[in-house]
Ligand binder design. Structure first.
Ligand code: MTE
Ligand code: MO
Length: 380
């Protein structure tokens, strides 16, 4: 039983499947800018490989001509400059349950809003290791198109070489998460961290990197993490769609709190918004891929007819681009609230989210990003 050596997990995680372990972060833990490591969502396709301590671990890097170089964890730690970046990881299936509810059946784990999290990742730059292993990044061989990553248990994926060698792309071989050694569930002793891309490319327990003219041949590159159109059935021409890499705009409401008028003096936010009547406070996150910063979050209390702008919470973000989510909050007068609150975000390229799910329905339920609607709570 390969699952018998899986690690213990925090009881607060919301388990969607236990073998393999797939569990989402509870809404309460999504309120923090940096997601606590013990309640960071876990998405495992297989078991957690039992790799002992890091001393025996080796990473093999293979160039396109077959030339190989090996690195111990000690080599990686000592030979290369270490970097820390703040990055959000989001599963392509985050909010899949909303697509199912808003359209029709989708295949896959029915995640709510918690297949996402943000951490400070520490490690060495993939670019630096590739250069050390012999990649000429100045006169890049045209045949080199992709960096393929293999995990110790059999998972695999790849990213375009441009992202892999971009000095401002911040792709890491990471060994720490929020200042702690990577937990086993999150890839101990070493994972790839591809900021701004779908989390499926951030291969955990990575032990082999191959420079290639082709994408990874794994099912996770060639089949699962693709989006088809609403017209396509469940047996599409798999090669006809491209693999998901950079993520689209996403946002969600993670907390709804009622503040009656007589308790408003405890609420700074109600004061900021000048509220002197029963109020509702909403909080949540917004995120976009490719390092595109979230510039605005809009909230509607009347199912999308009129909108107010939420406050974006500034945080100290490490890295060359906006790789991490923005948290936001807003206070609204209770009397404005009709049936649903809706949220949508806008990124620096003015990309935004679709209103509903029909138009971006795909049978795998990937990249569900329709406005998040949450029912207005009954008056207390
Ligand atoms: N890497 C390996 N080796 N095995 C996996 O199952 N799952 C991928 C990615 N890397 C996976 C993997 C997917 S689909 C996601 S969403 C993220 O890891 C989840 O990372 P986390 O469990 O650290 O949150
Ligand atoms: Mo995922």
């Amino acid at each position: 039983d390969p699952f018998s050596t899986d690690p213990e997990r925090d009881k607060a995680l919301i388990v969607r499947s236990s073998r393999p372990m797939n569990a989402e972060t509870p809404a309460s833990a999504l309120q923090a800018y940096l997601t606590p490591v013990n309640t960071f969502y876990v998405r495992n396709h297989l078991w957690v490989p039992d790799l002992g301590n890091e001393d025996g671990y080796r990473l093999t890097v293979e160039m396109i001509d077959g030339e190989e170089k090996q690195y111990s964890m000690k080599d990686l730690r000592e030979k290369f400059k270490q970097h820390t970046i703040t990055a959000t990881l989001q599963c392509s299936g985050n909010r899949r349950a909303h697509m199912t509810a808003g359209s029709r059946q989708t295949n896959g784990l029915q995640w709510d809003v918690g297949a996402i999290g943000t951490a400070e990742w520490t490690g060495v730059r993939l670019r630096d290791v590739l250069i050390d292993a012999g990649l000429d990044v100045v006169n890049l061989d045209e045949d080199v198109q992709h960096a393929q990553f293999a995990g110790a248990e059999a998972y695999g994926a790849s990213i375009p070489v441009d992202k892999a060698i971009d000095p401002r792309g911040d792709v890491l071989l990471a060994f720490e998460m929020n200042g702690q050694p990577l937990p086993r569930d999150h890839g101990f002793p070493l994972r790839v961290l591809v900021p701004g891309h779908v989390a499926a490319r951030s291969v955990k327990w990575v032990n082999k990197i191959t420079m290639s003219g082709e994408e990874s041949t794994s099912q996770w590159q060639r089949r699962d993490y693709k989006c088809f159109g609403p017209n396509e059935g469940s047996n599409p021409d798999w090669d006809s769609a491209r693999a998901i890499q950079e993520m689209p705009v996403q946002s969600a409401i993670t907390n709804v709190r009622q503040v009656p008028q007589d308790r408003l003096n405890n609420s700074k936010l109600a004061q900021v918004y000048g509220l002197e009547e029963d109020a509702i406070i909403l909080e949540g996150y917004a995120f976009s891929g490719g390092g595109r910063e979230i510039v605005r979050v809009d909230i509607s209390a009347d199912d999308g007819r009129t909108w107010r702008q939420a406050q974006l919470i500034e945080n100290d973000e490490k890295g060359a681009k906006a790789w991490s989510w923005k948290q936001w909050r807003i206070a609204l007068p209770r009397r404005e609230a009709m049936r649903y609150f809706c949220v949508k975000a806008i990124d620096e390229a003015y990309n935004t989210q679709p209103e509903s799910f029909e138009a971006h329905y795909n049978f795998r339920g990937n990249l569900a990003s329709g406005w998040h609607r949450v029912p207005v709570p009954k008056s207390t």
